[in-house]
Design a protein around this ligand. Structure first.
Ligand code: NDP
Ligand code: MG
Length: 384
């Protein structure tokens, strides 16, 4: 059976790798919709290569360029609202949420509302609005398959749980490019140094999030929502080789792990094809040439963002939404060389402390928390 998929953020790292999976299985997947922020040239190229009937460009300045480059048989739409409608189309089976940051929340909720299967990469939607996102999925019966490699690993390990409760999740982390650097050196790290991730080639925002370990903090929150496991039972373990993608421990001390070469197409393809395992071109793990597999406890003195995420999870309500918004503002500023590395956790902590607490935020509350926390962080950046 051929599945029709809609890709939110097709021009990004996850989006392009999703299309590579489609390329390898043209009999299994067809692309109904693709969307991008501003990258008109790549969007057009993708539309032509995969014969995508619906193409969404979100930046209004780029609409004309996309419209003029594509034949009339392609429908070109402008703006995120168009994407929100298209993901609900009856033709769509699976929506790949691969936009970056809070911007992906609306179309993700829209897909879930229509009961679409969601292949979720855009973890910030769960960080900002986990209760609302999971609530929407529960109401409509939509399934969510994780794309994040760690959560895909946990999901796979849980297939072997036989209904038994999980005692602990061991969430692995590469530790990022600054794992072995002293704090004084990290304090002066440039964006070029932060953008050199040792194991994964990803979009700029998540690469910085990996360098601060905010990404791992987000993943703790993501795991809490996806697998309904409290923070106290989620253990982050630094594993620089990125061979074990995460592990699940049971009451008898037995631990199941999922291993493989670091290749995001594996979890992407599983999320699209589940429960089937399709073939995939790519490197295979060679045990003969594997050297040590090493494990360390994370250092929250060097990477305070990880602790901030645990704090946000403990406080609950709208605090992780504020944390996410402040982080978006800080990462954008860091990528423009406007702030230092440790300004990132400092400002996020202040924004979290000053955000008025709401225990059960509505969607409007979440949008307002995001807006005001982003603004607060931006004002703090000005005064640094
Ligand atoms: P990229 O920055 O590479 O891609 C982001 C995509 O979203 C692009 O298509 C971009 O369009 C689009 N986009 C960005 N902002 C907007 C906006 N305001 N409106 C509409 N579209 C927008 O990100 P990644 O692919 O690396 O990451 C995507 C998500 O997946 C993130 O949430 C990340 O945390 C998560 N993830 C990524 C992994 C990876 O390996 N890359 C691993 C695990 C999770 P344009 O190209 O035009 O800017
Ligand atoms: Mg991950």
């Amino acid at each position: 059976m051929t599945k029709q998929i809609a890709i939110l953020g097709s021009t990004g790292s996850i989006g392009t790798q999703t299309l590579d999976v489609v390329r390898q299985h043209p009999d299994r997947f067809r692309v109904f919709m693709i969307s991008a922020g501003s990258n008109a040239a790549l969007l057009v190229q993708q539309a032509l290569a995969y014969r995508v009937p619906h193409v969404v460009i979100c930046n209004p300045d780029k609409y004309r360029e996309v419209r003029e480059a594509l034949p009339d048989s392609f429908q070109v739409h402008l703006g995120i609202e168009a994407a929100c409608e298209l993901v609900q189309a009856p033709e769509v089976d699976t929506v790949v949420a691969a936009m970056v940051g809070f911007s992906g929340l609306k179309p993700t909720l829209s897909a879930l509302k229509a009961g679409k299967t969601l292949a979720l990469a855009n973890k910030e939607t769960l960080v900002a609005a986990g209760a609302l996102v999971m609530g929407e999925a529960a109401r409509s019966g939509a399934r969510i398959y994780p794309v994040d490699s760690e959560h895909s690993a946990i999901f796979q390990c849980l297939q072997g749980a036989g209904g038994n409760p999980v005692e602990k999740i061991h969430l692995t982390a590469s530790g990022g490019p600054f794992r072995t650097w002293p704090r004084e050196e990290i304090a002066k790290a440039t964006k070029a140094q932060a953008l050199k991730h040792p194991n994964w080639d990803m979009g700029a925002k998540i690469t910085i999030d990996s360098a601060t370990m905010m990404n791992k903090g987000f993943e703790v929150i993501e795991a809490k929502w996806l697998f309904d496991v409290p923070a106290a039972r989620i253990h982050v373990v630094v594993h620089p080789e990125s061979v074990i993608h995460s592990m699940v421990e049971f009451a008898d001390g037995a631990i199941l792990a999922q291993l493989g070469c670091p290749d995001m197409r594996v979890p992407i393809q599983l999320a699209l094809a589940y429960p089937e395992r399709l073939s995939l071109e790519g490197k295979r793990l060679d045990f003969g040439s594997l050297k040590d597999l090493s494990f360390f406890e994370p250092d929250v003195q060097k990477f305070p963002c990880l602790q901030l995420a645990f704090d946000a999870l403990e406080r609950g309500g709208n605090i992780s939404c504020a944390m996410n918004a402040a982080n978006e503002a800080m990462v954008a500023a860091y990528l423009k060389d406007r702030v230092w590395f440790y300004d990132i956790p400092d400002v996020i902590a202040k924004v979290m402390a000053r955000t008025p607490y709401l225990a059960h935020p509505t969607l409007d509350d979440i949008f307002e928390t995001h807006r005001s926390a982003y603004l607060m962080a931006s004002q703090m950046i000005e005064s640094l």
